[in-house]
Design a binder for this molecule. Structure first.
Ligand code: DOR
Ligand code: ZN
Length: 346
């Protein structure tokens, strides 16, 4: 049995760090686990300009624990009237890793997102020209489409045509949840990749309702079926460089989740690699974790792989019931339960 696993230092290609006091609370977790992270722009108000992204980047860097060399990789929030020139500014700035497409209404703080993909066609064309990556929240938002079918419908109605219309645009299909998404990414043209979260590798949708309604298992896209989960495990552990790590760690205050209308998002930053290690171990594929966590992401983004390593040890530990979250608390994945792996060095 493997008892210690040393990997090249990994990155998180999709995380929510929030802002203000909440940022101060959660950043140390991500900065301990990862060298770099792609930071989502769905603040309120959203990060729609390079100037806003630059200021947010400064706040994140200032929130790092002493001695941390963690680097935030910033994103811009696409909206219907985004000027094409903002893409030129993003390219010139050098610290913008991509632009995020939130279909309006798809998830937390997405109301200012894109109402129709055709509205941003010129922006997407400029991104393709300049090599700026598009990160996609891949769900349609129509009320009449079943929530469990929204990713598949997005592939058919929006993503497949978009990838064809912009044949050189680099696209990351974020936090994929279905077999349909895996199949799409495997069969897509070059320049299309996907991130996969720990929760979609570890749980199926039964978890949301096990013994009662469990709001801490609600995220978007929502957990899917067991065959979908198995398909994601195969994709993540199969060594295909199109699939890489993106936690989508998305903290909300406990009361905002344990509510009659609870927010979407699961917090995994405290133990992200350990949770992925469990999923890979169950699939008998611990040897594939390094590619997924540390190699394929930087390769896709044309960034250098990190120097240095981290080590995980097979050693059980208990996750606390909550972590501080500004003046509130956030309930983490596996709260009050055990995790089989522990990071012992960074
Ligand atoms: O569950 C989610 N939470 N999905 C998202 O797309 C957004 C995120 C958040 O910001 O809370
Ligand atoms: Zn997200």
């Amino acid at each position: 049995m493997t008892v210690e696993l040393t990997l090249r230092r990994p990155d998180d290609w999709h995380v929510h760090l929030r802002d203000g006091e909440a940022l101060m609370s959660v950043l140390p977790h991500t900065a301990k686990q990862f060298a770099r992270a792609i930071v989502m722009p769905n603040l309120k108000p959203p990060v729609t300009t390079v100037a806003l992204a630059g200021a947010y980047r400064d706040r994140i860097r200032a929130a790092r624990p002493p001695g941390s060399d963690f680097e935030p990789l910033m994103t811009l929030y696409l909206f219907d009237k985004m000027p094409v020139e903002e893409i030129d500014r993003a390219k010139a700035a050098g610290f913008i890793a991509g632009c995020k497409l939130y279909p309006a209404g798809a998830t937390t703080h997405s109301d200012a997102g894109v109402t129709d993909i055709r509205h941003i066609d010129a922006v997407l064309a400029r991104m393709a020209e300049l090599g700026v990556v598009l990160q996609v929240h891949g769900e349609v938002t129509h009320e009449h489409v079943d929530i469990f079918d929204r990713e598949q419908r997005f592939i058919d109605d929006v993503l497949a045509p978009l990838v064809e219309r912009h044949p050189t645009l680099k696209v990351v299909f974020e936090h994929i949840t279905t077999r349909a998404a895996v199949d799409f990414v495997v069969g897509a043209r070059a320049g299309v990749a996907a991130t996969i979260t720990p929760q979609h590798l570890l749980f199926n949708r039964n978890e949301i309702f096990r013994g009662g309604i469990r709001p801490h298992f609600y995220c978007l896209p929502v957990l899917k079926t067991e065959p979908d989960r198995r398909s994601l495990i195969e994709a993540a552990t199969g060594g295909n460089p199109r699939f890489f790590l993106g936690t989508d760690s998305a903290p909300h205050a406990r009361g905002a989740k344990e509510s009659s209308c609870g927010c979407a998002g699961m917090y995994s930053a405290h133990a992200a690699l350990e949770l992925y290690a469990e999923a890979f171990e169950e699939a008998g594929a611990l040897d594939k974790l390094e590619g997924f966590a540390s190699l394929f992401g930087p390769d896709f983004y044309d960034m250098p792989r990190n120097p240095g390593t981290i080590t995980l040890r097979r050693e059980e530990w208990s996750v606390p019931s909550a972590f501080a979250f500004g003046s509130d608390v956030v309930v983490p994945m596996r709260a009050n339960e055990k995790i089989r792996w522990r990071m012992i060095s960074t």
